[in-house]
Write a protein that binds this ligand. Structure first.
Ligand SMILES: C[S@@+](CC[C@H](N)C(=O)[O-])C[C@H]1O[C@@H](n2cnc3c(N)ncnc32)[C@H](O)[C@@H]1O
Length: 255
């Protein structure tokens, strides 16, 4: 079992055991199943914090069993769960493996980057993990003279991005895994991923990208690498764009 599952499972099981033993001992008056589930969720949430799990586990523990009990009581047809599962799978696809969820670049970030970039020649830009295309669509509309590409694994965001880009001649989306996509043709590669892939991404970029080209990461810096420039965006999220210029020599070891 993955070590990441041990703490949450322990908290859930300990919550169940506590509620079961307290009910057997008659510590609290007879309660309905939903209230017992809520009590279990509260115990699980407290135990998760005693086990030093991150704060965001609290609502998950609190509502996990009550949500199951509530759904059973509401007699929701099983086809609704199957439909929900398929929809979520099409949107999030392999997020559990890549540890890169779907969230979108905002317009302000794209505008700031477009203003910052050099204007001497048309640029060829790739968004790795292009999601629904928010970054690439905004940039392609702002700069019709630049060639923009996006690559995305998840079918639903990819399909939506293709639909939204159908009238833009300078924008092209591909469905695929960016780890298998060569980066040597681009002046700039844009990434809005998560902290997890950043070290491997830097190795890939150094191996494949041309010296002098740019790797721009929204929000997630590359550990142990000093960014050549950091653009602070004045948005609610406090977005930062980390800009890395690919150095002249390429590393010999590959991923
Ligand atoms: C945080 S979203 C960013 C969306 C878009 N770039 C933007 O800025 O609005 C990250 C996207 O990367 C996709 N992704 C993660 N790993 C990928 C991979 N190996 N190849 C292609 N897409 C990937 C995810 O499916 C998700 O849609």
């Amino acid at each position: 079992m993955s070590s990441r599952l041990i703490k949450p499972l322990s908290a859930q099981i300990a919550g169940l055991v506590l509620v079961y033993s307290l009910s057997l001992n008659g510590i609290f008056p007879p309660l309905g199943v939903f209230w017992l589930a809520l009590l279990q969720g509260s115990f699980a949430a407290i135990i998760s914090q005693l086990l030093l799990s991150p704060r965001w586990w609290v609502p998950i523990h609190l509502f996990f069993l009550p949500a199951i009990v509530g759904a059973i009581q509401l007699q929701i047809p099983s086809s609704a769960y199957a439909t929900g599962f398929v929809i979520l799978a099409l949107i999030y696809w392999s997020s559990f493996r890549t540890q890169v969820p779907l969230f979108l670049s905002n317009r302000m970030t794209v505008h700031r980057l477009a203003i910052w970039l050099p204007d001497e020649k048309p640029l060829h830009i790739l968004d790795i993990g292009s999601g629904t295309g928010s970054f690439a669509l905004t940039l392609a509309r702002l700069r019709p003279d630049w060639q923009i590409e996006g690559i995305e694994t998840a079918p639903a965001p990819y399909a939506l991005s293709r639909l939204l880009a159908r009238k833009l001649a300078n924008l092209h989306f591909t469905r695929g895994d960016f780890w298998r996509h060569p980066l040597g043709n681009y002046d700039l590669v844009y990434a809005f991923l998560s902290p997890v892939p950043m070290p491997d991404l830097w190795r890939k970029a150094r191996r494949e990208m041309r010296p002098g080209s740019l790797l721009v990461s929204n929000s997630f810096d590359i550990p142990d690498q000093c960014a050549d420039e950091v653009i602070a965006i004045d948005d609610r999220r406090g977005t930062r764009l980390y800009i890395y210029r690919i150095p002249g020599t390429k590393p010999k070891n590959s991923r």
